[in-house]
Design a protein around this ligand. Sequence first.
Ligand SMILES: [Zn+2]
Length: 133
Amino acid sequence: MDDLLGPPCPCGSDESYRTCCGPLHDGASQAASAEQLMRSRYSAFAVGDADYLFRTWHPRTRPADVTVDPRITWTGLQVIDTAAGGPDDDRGEVEFTACFESAGRPDSLHERSRFERRAGRWFYLDAVEQEDS
Ligand SMILES: [Zn+2]
């Protein structure tokens, strides 16, 4: 990875953080799709940006206070499936597996998230119930 561009983005896009999720976290640009928002939220967990997580959480479902657990190290993201969530949609779903380490033990989170667009901006809504868990 080019040193000028800095470290690779935590979301695993093969781009640098500065050109991938960084501008979204800074508010310099907006996620254009549900998948992009989901990736940027994963990156926000990875870099500890609780403010971004709060800003991109749907007002209807977000907790009063969003915190990032500093004891968890996020180690990788894999997007499994997406449904809708594009420029012409108001809703979208993204299924993913996020890997992390907690207390030195590798673990993973498998979730199918729902997203909703309000006033042109994508927000995380909630998780779809998984029938395999
Ligand atoms: Zn990214």
